[in-house]
Design a protein around this ligand. Structure first.
Ligand code: SF4
Length: 374
């Protein structure tokens, strides 16, 4: 478990005891204020808690002011993050407008530099830190596996160690300049590299007494099942280690699709609870009802019952034993018959399969001691 400090991104807390935050990134043109605002609103409505917007140049950074004020006028206070790649000037403008900026350490080191020069970095980063201190803007130092400097790759190769080194030399300088409003990330499209680099980063941070929150993400994860599986493995592995304070699922799909995946990963890893949870067996020759359609119907009717565990099991032989700690259970009991469980106790016997989901709902809604229903 990596215990971090708490940061404030506008009114949102990040790190410390705050829930692991869900973030996404717009894919609209930042100069298209209307489209970007509408996408931010859709993301917030889906449950996104932080939205990142690219600010590749000065004019895009300036337009963040229009985006922000339009969102506020419409009642959306979701914190914004400006994604800066090459222009330190864009970072300085954005840092006075939005709650957080993301910078790549490589952009503060002269191109082609063969030697590490802290003085050059201090000169380049100091104006930005002053603005961030004034506006309480958070900085994410985001290292990408694909954009390590030649100096780093010459020394460490294109490795997790190189990624960590690239972040640490930067972090030490920023800390020495009395700035600790920092989040760090190690991103790679290769899942194992991302996991190894993040674990190594955390061990180095702890060894040097730092406690900065960590942002997790697998870059260029792709779309569909591939993207979801890569993100779940990379982000999930680290969450299970107790590492990670905010996550972004990168899908080659509309960003709104990323939010339900983020929620599912966080719930599966035990970090947050958004919906009811389901335990269902894969079914086998013992199953004597259409378990797939029953499970769909049960999910449709109970998804909002946040905090409950509901089991749908194929047979009475193994089902009750395997549904473990479910709060309620729907268990097949022979041709056309179902039994309903509350915890480990049968509360309805010999129920006709046609009305069994209704019976389950009846048991849940009339439970005199519901565990947690919102
Ligand atoms: S619970 Fe019963 S029906 Fe489901 S897989 Fe196990 S043995 Fe088969």
């Amino acid at each position: 478990m990596y215990q971090t400090r708490t940061l404030h991104i506008g009114t949102l807390t990040l790190g410390g005891d705050a829930p692991v935050r869900i973030q996404s990134m717009t894919n609209t043109d930042t100069m298209d204020t209307f489209a970007t605002v509408e996408q931010c609103k859709r993301l917030a409505d889906e449950g996104c808690e932080i939205v990142r917007i690219t600010a590749q140049g000065v004019k895009e950074a300036e337009n963040l002011a229009n985006i922000k004020s339009s969102l506020i006028q419409q009642g959306y206070t979701i914190p914004l993050v400006a994604d800066i790649h090459f222009q330190p000037k864009a970072a300085e403008i954005a840092a006075a407008i939005v709650e957080k900026i993301r910078i790549n350490p490589g952009n503060y080191i002269p191109v082609g530099a063969k030697k590490f020069s802290p003085l050059q970095i201090i000169e380049k980063i100091s104006p930005l830190l002053d603005i961030c201190k004034t506006h309480k803007t958070v900085i994410r130092v985001g290292v990408n596996h694909g954009s390590l400097s030649e100096r780093i790759t010459m020394k460490f190769g294109n490795t997790p160690q190189g990624m960590v080194e690239s972040a640490m030399e930067f972090v030490r300088i920023i800390h020495d300049l009395n700035f600790d409003n920092l989040v760090l990330s190690m991103k790679a499209s290769h899942v194992k590299t991302m996991v190894d680099a993040t674990r190594l980063l955390v061990s180095r941070l702890q060894a040097e007494g730092f406690d900065y929150p960590i942002h997790l993400g697998v870059t260029e994860a792709g779309d569909g099942e591939d993207g979801r599986i890569k993100s779940a493995i990379g982000i999930g592995s680290l969450l299970l280690d107790g590492i990670g304070n905010t996550i972004r699922i990168s899908l080659t799909e509309k960003p709104e699709n990323e939010i339900s995946v983020a929620k599912a990963i966080l719930q599966s890893c035990g970090n947050r609870v958004f919906t009811a949870e389901y335990i269902a067996c894969p079914s086998c020759g013992r199953t004597q009802y259409d378990i797939e359609s029953v499970l769909q119907e049960v999910k449709r009717r109970t998804k909002h019952l946040k905090g409950l565990k509901i089991a749908v099991m194929g047979c009475i032989v193994n089902g009750p034993g395997e549904m473990a700690d479910a709060d309620y259970g729907y268990v097949g009991a022979g041709p056309g018959k179902v039994v309903i469980y509350k915890g480990k106790k049968i509360v309805r016997k010999d129920v006709d399969a046609e009305v069994a989901v209704d019976a389950l709902m009846d048991v849940i809604t009339n439970d005199p001691s519901p565990k947690s229903i919102e």
